[in-house]
Design a protein around this ligand. Structure first.
Ligand code: PLP
Length: 416
């Protein structure tokens, strides 16, 4: 069987495909501890809330209405209105419903946006997407129609007390050449839990405007919802910024609802792409979100249930790690948001790919660091010394996994 060039590229067994297979396998293996995937937590209070909300929406005929009708290509008009009002009132942004479009998950928004701004142009120049700070989200890595769509910049590393560290954008070495068509950053960042500072964000915004290229901010975990952010950080939007949001980390990944807030021209383009690729985005997630906004629940639950849940889990997980792994064996990226911890096993004698294999054999799944450096031109030892773990499972499971991790780290040092 032979495919087109598109087929060849998009049927490869990518890092993300392997991760999804591992998750599937892990879910079916009794006793396995899955710290690999990006599934949000099943928070009991949110589960109860969704259960009640769906029952009521069903009784009021709102679910059937959502399921039995196509929305427009920019997505459910009621949600676009409600979101524009919410963002205007909460954050003071000058936006109208014409500044918002929905997609089937923000993952598909990245596919649209990367290929809208990067790749071959009519004048035969080629543009690329710049990640100003790697490590970055694994889901970006294969979303380009063209090969080599991404360029990434290594960070500065600040060492912090208590065995923690934080990445910063290395503005001294960040070069924005004519080749760059889009700058993209996740804030909070998957995999590291980093939140680039307000100053860094303003600096990137200024550079993007100076070079007349958009700045894409992936706000899947950020403010004002789902609000999984533990540091002081101001959300930023202006017509040069393309802000991507999602319902997934509220606890609704199956709703596949992404939200793009951008200049009207960008939104028109997204509407046309939606029309061609999916006619219209799905309606059920947007119907739920509209209801949550109208009831005043979206921000309230983000602040009072979702954020405290993750904040407590991350603190518990760090204390478990420190019970078994001292600072000279394992540094931890300062957890400022998102649902992962990023561990740095400095000078580890084996790669984290090998460590991943050994952990997998013992029923523990984490993701080796090297997947999270899309676009980095040169190999960097640091890539092979890091590992991402999801801190969502209960403490007892996390502890079981960390005991095995600590044993495997010691084994690697002993083998030297
Ligand atoms: N952006 C980041 C940084 C993520 O970690 C994820 C999912 O894990 C997404 C976007 C994708 O979200 P969605 O479910 O909306 O496609």
């Amino acid at each position: 069987m032979s495919f087109s060039l598109f087929g060849d590229k998009f049927t490869r067994h990518t890092g993300i495909a392997r991760l999804m297979e591992d998750m599937d396998e892990g879910l079916r293996t009794p006793g396995a501890v899955m710290l690999g995937g990006g599934n949000p937590a099943q928070i009991p209070a949110m589960d109860d809330y969704f259960h009640q909300l769906l029952l009521q929406m069903h009784q009021e005929g709102k679910l059937t209405e959502a399921l039995c009708n196509y929305d427009g290509p920019r997505g459910k008009a009621l949600l676009l209105d409600a979101l524009a009002t919410l963002l205007r009132e909460e954050l003071g942004w000058q936006i109208s419903p014409k500044n918002i479009a929905l997609t089937n998950g923000s993952q598909s928004a990245f596919f649209y946006l990367f290929n809208l701004y990067a790749g071959r142009r009519a004048d035969s120049s080629k543009k690329r997407v710049l990640f100003p700070l790697t490590p970055e989200y694994l889901g970006y890595a294969d979303a380009g129609l063209d090969e080599d769509l991404f360029i990434a910049a290594r960070p500065n590393i600040e060492l912090l007390p208590e065995g923690q560290f934080k990445y910063h954008v290395d503005f001294d070495h960040l070069s924005i050449t004519d080749e760059i068509g889009l700058i993209c950053v996740s804030r909070p960042t998957n995999p590291t839990g980093n939140v680039i500072t307000d100053e860094e964000l303003l600096h990137l915004d200024m550079l993007a405007q100076q070079h007349d290229i958009p700045l894409l901010i992936d706000n899947a975990y950020g403010l004002p919802f789902p609000g999984i952010i533990f540091s002081e950080a101001r959300p930023l939007w202006n017509p040069n910024i393309i802000l991507c949001m999602s319902l997934s980390k509220l606890g609704l990944p199956g709703a596949r609802c992404g939200i793009i807030v951008a200049d009207e021209k960008v939104i028109d383009a997204i509407g046309n792409m939606n029309g061609i690729i999916s006619l219209a985005p799905g309606s059920v997630g947007p119907a739920i979100a509209t209801e949550m906004i109208q009831r005043g629940d979206l921000l309230r639950l983000s602040e009072t249930v979702i954020k405290p849940f993750y904040q407590q889990r991350v603190q518990e997980t760090i204390s478990i790690i420190r019970r078994y792994l001292p600072q000279d064996r394992c540094l931890i990226h300062k957890p400022e948001g998102a649902i992962f911890l990023w561990l740095w096993f400095k000078d580890l004698p084996i790669t984290t790919e090998l460590l991943y294999q050994r952990l997998k054999q013992r029923g523990v799944l984490m993701v080796p660091g090297h997947f999270f450096f899309p676009g980095l031109a040169h190999d960097w030892p640091h890539m092979h010394q890091c590992m991402r773990m999801n801190y969502v499972p209960e403490g007892e499971k996390i502890e079981r996994a960390i005991i095995i991790l600590a044993e495997e780290i010691e084994r690697a040092w002993d083998e030297r």
